[in-house]
Design a protein around this ligand. Sequence first.
Ligand SMILES: [Zn+2]
Length: 235
Amino acid sequence: MSAVAKSKIKRPINSRINARQSEQPSQDVSRFAEAAAGLVEIGKSFYARGWVLGTSGNFSAVVSREPLRLAITSTGLDKGRLTPAQFLEIDNAANVVQGDGRPSAEALLHLAIARGVDAGAILHTHSVWSTVLSGSHASQRGIALEGFEMLKGLEGVRTHKHREWLPILENSQDMIDLGECVSKILRESPGIHGFLLKEHGLYTWGAGLQEAKRHVEILEFLMEVLVRSGAAQSA
Ligand SMILES: [Zn+2]
């Protein structure tokens, strides 16, 4: 068969594929690609800081609000070597609607935060500082951060005199139960920028990726300051 004849046969098939592609919500597809690319860079940066070692931590970004869809890391990946192809798109119940792999068990917490505070991006780290402080302050159910200039990096904070409450939740492997605890703390503590899971790590969020990244950097900085200045011993 000549090349011309082949192309005549192929044309209707190609046009069907093109028609199908044009029906896809292209805005959501580009948002997913943009989110995955941004989260890859965040993974490299956080890994280099020692905040997501040993495949720990997980990251997500809202791709669509109605219906709720998140781009999220697959479970068990080295966060310093993520690729965009390793990201999954999940629905409101953590079912995978795009991509190969399994979402982290903590996907339910990301969904609870996306719904609870209308976050556009949610970042979870397992740093030494958050592990130490969330253990030493667990009996107080939270840590008060006050008087630090760096607090002004948190969205909406204008003065070092701001008192930021960082709640500590009991850790659990029951993600349905933990997701409900997260929703409850978000309802009861309006205006918080993050929370800790006891001897586990930090969750924070932002309207977009850059704001969420900034919140991780600010909160991790302040927790490191507290530990280095002896707050863990005096708690
Ligand atoms: Zn975790």
